[in-house]
Design a protein around this ligand. Structure first.
Ligand SMILES: Cc1cc2nc3c(=O)[nH]c(=O)nc-3n(C[C@H](O)[C@H](O)[C@H](O)COP(=O)(O)O)c2cc1C
Length: 440
């Protein structure tokens, strides 16, 4: 029996899978019913959270699920009213928005949902996002992370505007509020000036949980300073030894900022495909990639390089040396693709197809998948995973793999928490002003 508890999330975005797959709704990315179906599956299985990714730029080079998709805040608001337990994590950028608005909307959704909200704070890696927000060029990578750091500090500061017991609402005494427990931020920084206070009180979980998905040096450092949880890719973890190294690096960084490393959770994404036999699971995987084609795969790959034009290269030859293209985009992911192509002498076709359809790390029988997850969890390489793929495949995971994980004591089936923090085993964030006043 482990004293840790494996965390589980689920992608809500339109159900996952290829739009041409008969098991997938072709318009799922823009249809709230598909998100709600995934959320209900997660809610019933008492998963810890559902997640919606986002970005704010498309062109004819974008892949199909991005061309028309629901904005996370509005989608999560709808989902919150049809779920009871599931945490609701949405992506909101720190590069082209105002921290006051973000703090307010997230805090408001946190109240609506009874303290179930999480914020995936991203820095936006596509050049075109700048052009949709009054700019021409994207801030450079290092500056985006400096902005993000100040932005998150401002948002957290605003979330501390009111102490938990500030709103007295004593009808008999005609006393609505205790203004001694209201705090104005008065932030004047390098990038933002925000007076505050925020016009909404704290929620049942204090304030939303902060997630971060950057994996470069700057991204890791930001997560270590500011985040409660890290989203990562399974490929960046590799084998158990390198996944462990990666995990320890994140935890050490958190410690170096005076934090408890247990309060920074590492959660890679996986796409599990469970079969009655290994051969059957492999068949399901191969069927799922049958719908893909090289044009889609090239678009998928090039987005990580801010839509770099790979069409100038021969599809069936290894990529030439390309220097640091991607350094100002999804930096660590772009570096990973170039590195793996070089190390394994992949052709452009092979690289693109593999990027768009990551080789099935979790394709097998329920026991195979439970074994692999156990190895990585017990081996100290992950704190949990987010489940992606089609709803049919996720259901199979929940029916067949989850009971094994529970039987092995890796995850408790008894999930009584009502807030996202409770689901994730994170402590309640005592309001900074209350802490100063009572000296804790
Ligand atoms: C599971 C996961 C989810 C992500 N979701 C988003 C997202 O919704 N929007 C976005 O712009 N970037 C998203 N990213 C990308 C990261 O924010 C980041 O740009 C990328 O990991 C590269 O990090 P780096 O710039 O620190 O190298 C996600 C990454 C991962 C691993």
């Amino acid at each position: 029996m482990s004293d840790r508890d494996l965390k589980l999330g689920i992608f809500l975005q339109g159900g996952g899978g290829h739009w041409r797959d008969p098991a997938v709704a072709p318009d799922g990315a823009a249809d709230i019913r598909t998100y709600i179906e995934a959320a209900r599956v997660g809610d019933q299985a008492k998963l810890d959270f559902g997640f919606i990714a986002d970005s704010a730029y498309i062109s004819q080079d974008s892949t199909w699920p991005l061309l028309s998709r629901l904005e996370p805040m509005t989608a999560l608001s709808a989902i919150s009213s049809v779920t009871d337990h599931l945490g609701l994590v949405g992506t909101f950028t720190t590069s082209y928005s105002e921290p006051f608005t973000t703090a307010r909307q997230l805090a408001s959704l946190d109240k609506i949902s009874g303290g179930r909200v999480g914020w995936n704070a991203v820095t936006s890696a596509l050049e075109g996002v700048a052009r949709n927000h009054g700019g021409q060029t994207l801030y450079d990578h290092a500056e985006r992370y400096r902005i993000a750091d100040e932005y998150i500090r401002v948002v957290k500061g605003l979330w501390n505007s009111w102490e938990d017991d500030a709103f007295v609402r004593d009808v008999a005494a005609n006393r609505y509020v205790d203004f001694d427990k209201m705090h104005t931020l008065d932030h004047k920084g390098e990038y933002f000036g925000v007076q505050g206070p925020l016009n909404i009180e704290r929620s049942a979980q204090g304030h939303p949980v902060v997630f971060q998905a950057g994996a470069s040096e700057a991204g890791r450092d930001l997560a270590a300073r500011q985040a409660d949880a890290v989203f990562s890719t399974w490929t960046s973890h590799g084998d158990l030894a390198s996944a462990r190294e990666n995990y320890v690096d994140w935890k050490r960084r958190a410690e170096s900022y005076g934090r408890n490393p247990d309060h920074l959770l590492i959660l890679p994404s996986i796409t599990p495909i469970v079969g009655s036999t290994r051969a059957q699971a492999q068949e399901i995987y191969e069927e799922s990639i049958r719908y893909d084609d090289i044009n889609h795969a090239l678009k998928y790959l090039s987005r990580y390089f801010s839509f770099y034009d790979f069409s100038r290269f021969d599809l069936d030859k290894p990529l030439p040396e390309l220097g640091d293209i991607g350094a100002n985009s999804f930096k660590s992911t772009a570096e990973y693709y170039l590195r793996t192509a070089k190390e394994r002498n992949l052709t452009l076709r092979q690289l693109a197809l593999e990027a768009a359809n990551p080789p099935g790390e979790f394709v097998g029988t329920a026991t195979d998948i439970a074994d692999k997850l156990s190895d990585f969890f017990v081996g100290g390489a992950v704190d949990g995973v987010i489940l992606g793929g089609t709803i049919a495949n996720i259901r199979r995971f929940l029916d067949d793999v989850l009971p094994i994980l529970e039987d092995r004591g890796l995850r408790s089936g008894d999930r009584t928490g009502t807030t996202l923090r409770e689901n994730l085993g994170l402590p309640f964030p005592v309001n900074t002003h209350t802490r100063q006043r009572v000296g804790v």
